[in-house]
Design a protein around this ligand. Structure first.
Ligand SMILES: CC(=O)SCCNC(=O)CCNC(=O)[C@H](O)C(C)(C)COP(=O)(O)OP(=O)(O)OC[C@H]1O[C@@H](n2cnc3c(N)ncnc32)[C@H](O)[C@@H]1OP(=O)(O)O
Ligand SMILES: O=CC(=O)O
Ligand SMILES: [Mg+2]
Length: 359
């Protein structure tokens, strides 16, 4: 552990100072594309401004023989594109792969000035972040960058989950965490075969009804409810991120055609405290933008509570419900997010501005 006095010092002579605080930037959808896939890459310039984060993926889903092509494709896109309000991220190959060193030593000098965040997969513990942190500082210094590149870790190993707090605290560059349900399921030896989402076998069943003599009727019809496989891990991730002032994200939802279940999964994550989710296909951008933007009804209610609560202390009744210091704080979270999103999304701004705050 670095002593507190050294925590914010650059890790290489000439490297930019690490951030003291991670700014809250809209990142409802982190949209994945393969920069080596000509069809996908060609769509990227037109996606600027329609999605909060564009992420050039170099890791899983890119075939081994295409790794160099995708890396070069990312360099070309990074150089040629003006990203405007959209953040530009990449997911590098895993730290134990033969490609990651070339990923970092190529990307930082070539397009480091454009990259906002580097996503690191399969992070196991603080030592992985320390490695990336030092190497980035050296490369940034060599490239003469004046702004540090932030680091985002994917939570996709059992060890990573066990070490979650130390990962969040490992560097002032840490921007956030994403849940990686596919790799995590494999690493935990969960008996699933999907990329995120639920499972029809993971249920809680109603107790058997009893007959008039009190005998349980095991064969009688019973209600069962599918449960959320990811609840524990998302909640753990949200707490760790909140504690460290960084941002939690739900990861991939692989059933592209099941837009309804994708929306449910994203909304569960939003309600639990995540700020965004991955989009693997353009159709998922629309879902994420909708789900991770507070609804007009929620913003209207939140503004009403804030107005009624005056200095934020005490208790009031609104529509038969008690509101007090704790509920007004939740309302402030909602309104702060709405204001942040309104700055970059004219449609949302119009909708939020049209709200009339009633007594
Ligand atoms: C577990 C994990 O690690 S998840 C993260 C890694 N995985 C990924 O990054 C996957 C990214 N997404 C993809 O590779 C693709 O979307 C697939 C393979 C899932 C589906 O691709 P397709 O079968 O081509 O989908 P579909 O036919 O619906 O595509 C429609 C159009 O959208 C384009 N498109 C599809 N996905 C994307 C994308 N992510 N970004 C930009 N454009 C896309 C297609 O090129 C196609 O273009 P066209 O109309 O000019 O032909
Ligand atoms: O990389 C993501 C995952 O789910 O695995
Ligand atoms: Mg993965």
């Amino acid at each position: 552990m670095r002593p507190a006095k050294d925590f914010f010092a650059p890790l290489a002579v000439g490297a930019p100072a690490p951030p003291r605080e991670i700014p809250a930037r809209p990142s409802r959808a982190i949209h994945f594309f393969d920069p080596g896939n000509e069809k996908m890459a060609a769509k990227v310039p037109a996606m600027v401004g329609t999605v909060d984060v564009l992420l050039g993926n170099l890791e899983d889903a890119v075939k081994a023989e295409n790794k160099e092509k995708s890396r070069q494709g990312l360099v070309d896109i990074g150089k040629a594109t003006d990203f405007g309000p959209t953040q530009f991220w990449t997911r590098i190959n895993s730290l134990d792969s033969p490609w990651v060193l070339d990923d970092l030593t190529t990307l930082v000098p070539e397009i480091g000035h454009k990259l906002d965040v580097i996503m690191v997969p399969k992070v196991q513990g603080a030592e992985d972040i320390h490695y990336v942190d030092r190497l980035l500082a050296q490369l940034e210094a060599k490239a003469g960058l004046d702004r540090p590149i932030l680091v985002h870790a994917i939570l996709e190993t059992a060890r990573g989950v066990a070490n979650i707090e130390e990962i969040c605290a490992a560097s002032p560059r840490m921007q956030g965490l994403s849940l990686g349900p596919a790799d995590l399921a494999a690493d935990r030896r969960m008996k699933t075969t999907r990329v995120g989402g639920g499972h029809p076998g993971y249920v809680v069943r109603q107790d058997p009804v009893k007959d008039d003599l009190g005998v349980p009727q095991y064969d009688a019809e019973r209600t069962s409810y599918q449960q959320d496989l990811w609840h524990y891990t998302i909640a753990r991730m949200v707490d760790a991120c909140a504690m460290h002032g960084i941002y939690p994200y739900y990861g991939p939802f692989g059933d592209i055609k099941d837009t309804v279940a994708c929306e449910d999964q994203f909304r569960n994550a939003f309600l639990l405290g995540c700020v965004g989710a991955w989009s693997l296909h353009p159709v998922q951008i629309t879902i994420a933008n909708k789900v991770f933007s507070p609804s007009v009804e929620d913003v209207a209610h939140a503004r009403r509570v804030i107005a009624a609560m005056g200095d934020g202390t005490g208790a009031v009744m609104i529509d038969g419900k008690m509101e007090d210091d704790a509920s007004v704080k939740q309302c402030q979270v909602m309104v702060a997010l709405a204001e942040e999103l309104a700055e970059i999304d004219p449609e949302l701004k119009k909708a939020y501005d049209a709200i009339e705050v009633t007594a």
